[in-house]
Design a protein around this ligand. Structure first.
Ligand SMILES: *Cc1c(COP(=O)(O)O)cnc(C)c1O
Length: 654
């Protein structure tokens, strides 16, 4: 049992238990802010006079403001009660007070983190929060050394993924621009193997490892003038970012369209990113998943072979660390090892980890001094977590190129706070808007404070950066601090699993309780199948009917719900053929019942399994101080609801 006492002061609480603490701190810092205003030229005459408050227009404004604010909060009362332990639906929970307060307080100062000029304090905090995340992932952050990571806050995981794709593409196509520039200017640049780049095979050039590309790029800045300036200008004019796809590939007809490889369990933001960047969704290649809903490494290798045969550069391979639907973790270590293998046959690609959900789990793997804990150390207090594959994946994070992580998910920070981290900040310099900087010799450690020049977004809230930074300082990203909170969520999931196994036996005479994908972190998806039913459509309809009891009903008061869960669909088309067959056996339906469709949507209701999805973020789920735990109460609720459903209708009518 992991004690959650250390969190008692960290949340407002399901019942608002910490209201006095919250009000006191908020009040104190609001006053503190007002004094700060007053102390800026205190002898100035205040533009709003004290007597203004007695004027009718003033009173009218106040009345309108109050009315509208009351109307606002009245409407907000229909919000989903995500702070409560009865909420185990989507990826949110109560907010950590340090982050919430930091965000509210910072908003009073309204810093714009687009650059240090508009946010002298919070830009530094943003870069520091980026370093904190980078350190958690095992990236080096020593300024002036190579590689040195760069991390920053984004509006969310989607935008961080866009940035990942943008940078991967910039690196992948840069060597072709350098080669072309060298040909056009006659200025010699050497390929990593020591021969003139101008004479090299262009498919070999576009497949260079990122480190070699960046080193080659650095060499350009060491040339003597005037060659240096001439070459830099020619490179700029030949870059993909300058020419656009059509003109760029017109110059490199021997190279086919680049592709991005994602597992089929990936978030839909990747398909969106391909469309958004004009790369075309057709160039998004999707790798099937194995029985545990992870990228199948053999399938990935086949796909890499196909890309090689079709002269297609691989812009990047995405691994998901904590899938949105199941919380499972792709074999990051396997992908890193495969990349080593592929380099030997002249194929290289970036690896980006989409850890929007699972990124913060990495805090459980880090000792206070930043070193990686052993598997046994991480396992302490847990029954199963982390499985061997999972440990391997987290241990390999330091070797990937970039990572997306969402403080507004498992970081328990208000929405509008995602993050992007790149292992080698030279990559972000490549896309810098001010071209002169790109090859500007030794990077200045302060460069990134003009943040807007290096990232997807422009104006952005310093309050989000402050929330992440303050939270990471109160609960540092290691096993003893933030990691304990994560451990609690994982441990609660193990306890829930055990309770579900007991429930399964209790329900056995009426329904079968199935857990098709073994939970690995803090998400559990379940499905019920009435006994003797072998029709997948009936099973799906039964689970959809159960879901009606735990979904927010927008037309009735939230109090009418005892619990909140979410749902998802396990699409058979995401699985390899053998994984699909195993799954059919596991859930007890005939493979011909459950179609292994690769085209259709869920409309047919026979090409997927409707699942009840639970995200266990709330730290009070297994709290015993008031009798039954919330997990026990939820299991009892399931039992009651299923009994009611079966009483109302017989199985063959579902
Ligand atoms: C949530 C999520 C995203 C998208 O993040 P947003 O913050 O919603 O934009 C991307 N990838 C994964 C794996 C996610 O779980």
């Amino acid at each position: 049992m992991i004690c959650n006492k250390f969190l008692n002061a960290s949340f407002l609480g399901a019942y608002g238990e910490n209201n006095e603490l919250f009000e006191r701190l908020l009040n104190e810092f609001v006053r503190d802010h007002v004094y700060w205003r007053r102390n800026f030229h205190p002898l100035d005459r205040p533009p709003i006079s004290s007597s203004a408050a007695n004027e009718p227009e003033y009173l009218e404004s106040v009345a309108r403001m109050k009315d509208e604010l009351h109307r606002l909060t009245a409407r907000l009362k229909s919000s989903v009660p995500t702070y409560n332990p009865r909420y185990i639906g989507h990826m949110f929970s109560d907010l950590l007070l340090p982050g919430l307060l930091a965000q509210l307080i910072t908003t009073l100062y309204n810093p714009n983190n687009i650059s240090e000029d508009t946010a002298p304090a919070t830009v530094d905090m943003e870069l520091a929060a980026g370093d904190q995340l980078a350190t958690m992932f095992g990236f080096a952050t020593t300024k002036g050394q190579t590689p040195c990571a760069f991390g920053h806050i984004t509006s969310g995981g989607t935008v961080a993924n866009y940035e990942g794709l943008w940078l991967m593409q910039a690196v992948r196509y840069l060597p072709l621009a350098i080669q072309q520039a060298s040909i056009e200017t006659g200025i010699e640049v050497l390929a990593p193997w020591g021969e003139p780049l101008a004479k090299a095979d262009s498919f070999q050039v576009v497949n260079l490892p990122a480190d070699d590309i960046l080193t080659m790029n650095d060499q350009v800045s060491h040339l003597a003038e005037p060659d240096k300036s001439r070459l830099i200008e020619a490179i700029q004019l030949n870059r993909y970012e300058h020419l656009g796809a059509r003109q760029f590939f017109d110059k490199h007809t021997e190279i086919a369209n680049g592709i991005l490889i994602v597992p089929k369990n990936a978030h839909y933001s990747w398909a969106k990113a391909m469309r958004f960047m004009g790369l075309g969704e057709d160039n998004l290649w999707q790798v099937s998943c194995d029985t545990s809903m992870k990228l199948d490494i053999n399938e990935l290798e086949l796909m890499l072979n196909a890309a090689q045969h079709q002269n297609r550069p691989v812009i990047g391979v995405i691994a998901v660390l904590g899938t949105t639907e199941f919380g499972t973790v792709d074999p990051v270590d396997g992908i890193v090892a495969l990349r080593e293998e592929r380099r030997k046959i002249g194929q290289s690609f970036a690896i980006h980890v989409d850890a929007a959900w699972g990124g913060y789990l990495t805090s459980m793997f880090r000792a206070k001094d930043g070193s990686l804990l052993s598997h046994d150390e991480v396992k302490q207090e847990c029954d199963h977590f982390p499985c061997d594959q999972m440990y391997g994946a987290f241990a390999a994070l330091s070797k990937v190129d970039s990572i997306t992580v969402d403080p507004h998910k498992l970081g328990f920070i208000p929405f509008g706070t995602g993050a992007f981290v790149v292992r080698d900040n030279r990559v972000s310099r490549l896309v810098m808007q001010k071209a002169a900087y790109i090859f500007g010799g030794e990077p200045d450690a302060d460069d990134f404070r003009q943040l807007g020049q290096f990232i997807v977004e422009g104006s952005k809230p310093g309050a989000a950066a402050a929330a992440a930074f303050v939270t990471h300082n109160v609960l540092p990203l290691n096993a003893d601090n933030f990691g304990r909170l994560c451990k609690l969520t994982v441990r609660n999931t193990e306890l829930f699993y055990d309770k579900l196994m007991i429930l399964r036996d209790k329900l056995a005479s009426s329904v079968e309780l199935r857990i098709p994908i073994v939970p690995e972190s803090n998400l559990i998806c379940i499905a019920f199948n009435p006994v003797n039913n072998h029709d997948i459509k009936v099973m799906n309809r039964f689970n959809q009917a159960f879901y009606e009891y735990i979904r927010p009903d927008l037309d009735t008061a939230m109090q009418a719900n005892e619990f909140f869960g979410s749902s998802t669909i396990l699409h058979t088309k995401k699985l390899t053929k053998s994984a699909f067959e195993t799954l059919c056996g596991d859930i007890g339906v005939e493979p011909k019942q459950l179609q292994h469709s690769t085209t259709k949507g869920f409309e047919g209701q026979a090409d997927g399994i409707f699942l009840i999805r639970h995200t266990l973020m709330n730290p009070w789920l297994s709290d015993e101080k008031n009798g039954d735990t919330y997990l026990d109460m939820y299991c009892a609720f399931i039992e009651r609801t299923i009994a009611k459903m079966l009483k109302e209708r017989s199985t063959d009518t579902w």
